[in-house]
Design a protein around this ligand. Structure first.
Ligand code: GDD
Ligand code: MN
Length: 367
């Protein structure tokens, strides 16, 4: 029979854990009768979350289903989840916050998705039936922005409407043998799993949740977690965006160099030299991006189809650059150099995104 492990990272959640444990008992006994475990990973909370959790478990008769891990010092949400996984033995692993912002009864729906064959199930605020009633307006904007940057840089999370979610479940097979590869910074453990886990894209499911208000205490997300998130995203991106930029800069030199050769040395007319220069730089960028930026990707199709797609991508990027220049100078009367700079930036982003998600699009299963 399938066993469920619920991993709860906690830091100062004593009041909340008193309410959460009975709610978890109810839903988990309903699904598995007694075949479940709850693993609390607490960073030695000053409010004695760990002791309170054990006392609560005893009073409701689930001490046999509870494991409490206490770590020294506040070491972060994501690593707490990894440590919880390491201590777990369930076939299905559920991760949720301990502050009641994640409705425990949703575990049933999540469990049913896993039973139907899903490998990863994410509770989402942003699909039909889901809502966010817990975050302030500013945090909602931040959360959306963070998700957008994340999706731009990390293709594996594009299947999710709510990649920032802290409430999700997976089959043990997704992380089996992979935990030592994981190097989670800060809050976002789900991203790490989406990038480094073993699963099929089409076996990822989402269920809607209403993300509620915190019952007690306050959020632990601060500036440090935000900076960690950005570094985390860059590292999950394996710095491809930086390599892509460097390749782009090299392309400028190729372009100018060929123009100079063709026009001044071979005396070809400018309209021909220019075409030659642009095409050569497209080819050299393509070669370098294949060899350097997207070297490790198992991309779809053949080199030739990618080369054709790359021409489409660069044409779109160039068009966006050009259109931005014209629009901003004519409509907003912006200085052409400034307008062009914005155009170059937008063109670059379009170029990068199309390269990542269209030209070097990956095959479906992440191994
Ligand atoms: N062990 C441990 N160590 N636990 C921690 C730490 C830590 O350093 N920091 C936070 N936690 C625990 C909290 O006690 C709580 O149970 C859970 O991790 C989530 O922390 P919150 O501080 O409540 O996060 P939030 O509500 O601001 O953000 C949540 O919702 C966001 C929106 O979906 C998190 O789930 C985010 O990951 C999520 O993006
Ligand atoms: Mn919270």
């Amino acid at each position: 029979m399938t066993k469920i492990s619920v991993v709860l990272p906690t830091y100062n959640e004593a009041e909340n854990i008193k309410l959460l444990l009975p709610a978890l008992k109810k839903v988990l006994e309903d699904i598995t009768s007694k075949n479940y475990e709850i693993i609390i990973v607490d960073d030695n909370s000053p409010d004695n979350t760990a002791t309170v959790a054990k006392e609560t478990a005893r009073s409701i008769g689930i001490d046999n289903n509870l494991k409490v891990i206490v770590r020294e010092g506040k070491r972060g949400l994501a690593t707490a989840v990894i440590d919880g996984f390491k201590a777990s033995s369930g076939d299905y692993l559920v991760v949720m916050d301990a502050d009641l912002q994640h409705p425990p009864e949703k575990i049933k729906e999540i469990y049913l998705e896993l039973e139907k064959g899903a490998e990863i199930v994410v509770a989402s605020r942003f699909i039909k039936g889901g809502r966010d009633e817990g975050l302030s307006f500013a945090r909602k904007i931040f959360s959306k922005g963070a998700a957008l940057i994340g999706k731009l840089l990390v293709p594996q999370i594009r299947v999710l409407s709510d990649p920032m979610s802290g409430f999700f479940a997976l089959r043990r097979t997704v992380i089996e043998g992979r935990l030592d590869l994981m190097n989670p910074k800060g809050f976002k453990i789900l991203l790490e799993i989406m990038v480094k886990g073993k699963y099929s894209k089409d076996k990822v499911r989402e269920v809607p949740i209403v993300f509620g208000k915190r019952a007690y205490g306050e959020s632990k997300l601060g500036l440090k977690e935000i900076l960690d998130y950005l570094l985390h995203i860059l590292s999950l991106n394996e710095y491809r965006i930086l390599k892509f930029m460097a390749v782009g800069v090299s392309g400028i030199f190729v372009n100018e160099g060929v123009l100079w050769l063709a026009h001044y040395k071979v005396a070809l007319p400018v309209y021909l030299s220019g075409l030659l220069a642009i095409e050569t730089s497209i080819l050299s960028n393509f070669a370098l991006n294949s060899l350097v930026t997207f070297r490790k990707e198992r991309a779809k199709g053949t080199v030739l189809t990618r080369l054709a797609k790359y021409h489409v991508a660069t044409a779109i990027g160039a068009f966006i650059n050009y259109a931005t220049l014209l629009l901003l100078t004519h409509l907003l009367r912006l200085n052409p150099l400034v307008a062009n700079l914005i155009g170059i930036l937008l063109g670059f982003l379009a170029n990068y995104t199309l390269s990542e998600h269209y030209v070097w699009e990956r095959v479906g299963r992440y191994e």
